[in-house]
Unconditional design. Structure first.
Length: 330
């Protein structure tokens, strides 16, 4: 077991005792994919859980755990995002965070503590990879690593960022351990972790800032949305409609468009009418590289749109997209 997991386990056990008074012990075991067994003493009763230890828990990791493990089991993580904790509680899956927050609903035992603040992470300059502009550049690199080895000016133009952003983000990715030299060329590594960090940063920092607004389409157009002619690569589907086009699995309830057209052009070309609660959310197409008149944004962005909804049906489809389009490049 690596040092990060060991530190996560010990910190979680210590903070669980401080928060609740419950004592817990850890035992390394060799049993399938589990990391060990966590035993918690609650009211003089010992509860033993097969345990999975994660630095940060992500939706796509849950399938593997749920399909392989019988209860009782517990997920121990340095940090679990609120929407994922909601999902775990809904499915009665036990978890323990490094800050001592815990949920257990097993047999006659029910514990839910969620009052502890997240542990403070050491702040380093590497955050520059996930600023609003850094997110745009990392998106380009993840779609095609060849951009890592092209002139900075060309990269900046296609990513839609300033020239000075490129060396700053390159340095940050190196310091974070996501970028290494291989045969005199730069290459991304630990790509699964990088995808997770990018999806989170995109949903929190960039996406809210590129929203153009909500719009309404007439009922007939919504029913027949696949017949809408978007015209060119300046406007394309994201979110649920893009997921349906990629997987033929999700029936869209909410619609997402990415565009470089202005509001007047959207009204003229697609009969979209601005409305606060409209069913079509429109976002700026923040990249500038060509995409050959595709109807959907890249699968990575579709995956991010779905994951960040926190909606079970969207998350299920996001896992399909991850397996079909993203995992093969990891």
């Amino acid at each position: 077991m690596n040092t990060k997991k060991i530190n996560t386990i010990q910190t979680a056990i210590d903070n669980l005792k401080k928060t609740s008074g419950f004592k817990a012990t850890w035992k390394d075991v060799t049993k399938g994919d589990i990391d060990g067994v966590l035993t918690i003493v609650i009211n003089n009763k010992k509860l033993a859980f097969d345990a999975y230890v994660k630095t940060e828990l992500r939706y796509h990791q849950l399938d593997a755990i749920l399909n392989k493990t019988e209860k009782p089991f517990i997920i121990i993580a340095n940090k679990i995002f609120p929407k994922i904790k909601d999902y775990l509680r809904e499915h009665r899956i036990a978890y323990l965070e490094a800050n001592g927050n815990v949920f257990i609903d097993y047999k006659e035992t029910y514990i839910w503590i969620d009052s502890n603040k997240p542990l403070q992470e050491q702040k380093v300059k590497t955050y520059r990879a996930f600023t609003k502009t850094g997110i745009k550049l990392v998106f380009l690199y993840m779609l095609d690593q060849e951009w890592l080895n092209r002139p900075y000016r060309e990269v900046a133009e296609n990513a839609g960022v300033g020239l000075g952003t490129v060396p700053v983000v390159i340095t940050a990715l190196k310091e974070l351990g996501f970028l290494v030299p291989v045969d005199e060329r730069m290459k991304l590594v630990r790509k699964e972790e990088l995808i997770n960090k990018w999806v989170e940063a995109y949903g929190e920092k960039l996406k809210p800032n590129i929203k153009l607004g909500n719009f309404m389409l007439d009922i007939e157009s919504i029913k027949d949305w696949k017949r809408i002619e978007l015209g060119d690569a300046n406007t394309m589907w994201g979110g649920e409609p893009a997921a349906d086009l990629l997987t033929n699995y999700l029936n869209p309830e909410e619609f997402t468009l990415y565009t470089r057209q202005n509001i007047k052009e959207l009204i003229k070309n697609y009969h979209l009418l601005p409305q606060e609660n409209g069913q079509v959310a429109v976002y700026e197409k923040f990249w500038k590289f060509p995409m050959n008149n595709q109807k959907t944004v890249p699968p990575l962005l579709v995956y991010a749109d779905l994951i960040n909804t926190g909606d079970n049906r969207c998350i299920e489809t996001a896992r399909i997209i991850y397996e079909q389009y993203l995992s093969k490049n990891i």
